[in-house]
Design a protein around this ligand. Structure first.
Ligand SMILES: NC(=O)c1ccc[n+]([C@@H]2O[C@H](COP(=O)([O-])OP(=O)(O)OC[C@H]3O[C@@H](n4cnc5c(N)ncnc54)[C@H](OP(=O)(O)O)[C@@H]3O)[C@@H](O)[C@H]2O)c1
Length: 258
């Protein structure tokens, strides 16, 4: 299937490793021109070099997506280099575990900024250019724990990831007339070299084997590339009738019916 992504301009946040890097590879392999960002410049440079191997134009911008002007700076750079913006994949994110009664205002503020507010600001910054595109696409990387309860210790993460799905739906309603689709993707537990599940597997292989047996009917962790394939399709014009949706990529890990 030709996804029709050749020469489209895509911005991916948190693309120096893990799921974000795999998404950037998925888009680059389809011929997208990329602007990728993360805070750490060395890892980002390495990511850009690996992405350029697809033969498409790739630029990196080391920045903290929670800075108030980060979205504006990304949009300005993409317009400067490429003259337009078609796709935004808002992927950067993190977690701060803890029982709700022990969480602080600062904990909430930090993760609300990283997981939600930064992506709302960045999306707003892309909208004027996307209105001029012949089909804009915004994708938020949420989690299965934005669709259902993740359990004790996850109040902050659950709240921010649910909010992303909600925001995507309303944005999709409002922006549909401008030809901009907005969707979210909800990965389950994804293991990649150096990621949090990989660390836990190395620390506690038996415990993680039991976790898989109890929680993931397909019998293994997901791969970053399996999330990337879904995101790449959703980014593309071949997903032209998909907007306001949240797509789960989780090997049947989650239980939500909706
Ligand atoms: N892995 C999973 O099992 C899983 C499951 C469900 C959902 N998710 C979601 O998928 C997304 C990616 O997860 P991951 O596991 O690939 O994460 P990860 O390994 O922690 O990678 C996060 C990426 O985002 C960048 N980043 C972090 N904070 C940033 C900031 N303030 N500004 C700019 N870039 C920032 C990181 O680079 P720097 O540190 O250099 O900035 C890195 O490139 C997250 O939203 C996560 O919540 C992951």
């Amino acid at each position: 299937m030709d996804l029709g992504l050749n020469q489209k301009v895509a911005i991916v946040s948190g693309a120096s490793r893990g799921i974000g890097l795999a998404i950037a590879h998925g888009l680059a392999a389809e011929g997208c021109r990329l602007l990728v960002c993360a805070r750490g410049a060395d890892a980002l440079d390495a990511a850009v070099t690996s992405l350029q191997a697809h033969g498409t134009e790739v630029h990196g911008m080391a920045l903290d997506i929670t800075e108030p002007d980060a979205g504006d700076r990304l949009a300005a750079k993409a317009l400067d280099i490429y003259g337009g913006i078609d796709i935004l994949v808002a992927n950067a994110g993190g977690n701060r575990r803890g029982r709700f009664e022990d969480t602080t205002d600062q904990d909430w503020e930090d993760i609300l900024e990283l997981n939600l507010k930064a992506h709302l600001r960045t999306s707003r910054a892309m909208i004027p250019a996307m209105k001029k595109s012949d089909g804009g696409s915004i994708i938020f990387i949420s989690s299965i724990f934005g669709r259902e309860a993740g359990g004790a210790g996850l109040s902050i993460y659950n709240t921010t990831k649910s909010a992303l799905i909600s925001a995507a739906k309303i944005m999709a309603i409002e922006l549909g007339g401008d030809g901009i689709r907005v969707n979210s993707v909800a990965p389950g537990s994804i293991r990649f070299e150096g990621g949090s599940w990989d660390r836990r597997c190395k620390e506690d292989p038996e415990g993680m084997a039991a976790f898989i047996a109890d929680n993931i009917p397909l019998g293994r962790f997901g791969k970053a590339e399996e999330v990337a394939d879904v995101v790449t399709f959703l980014s593309s014009p071949r997903a032209s009738w998909v907007s306001g949706s949240c797509i789960t990529v989780d090997g049947v890990q989650s239980h939500s019916l909706i």
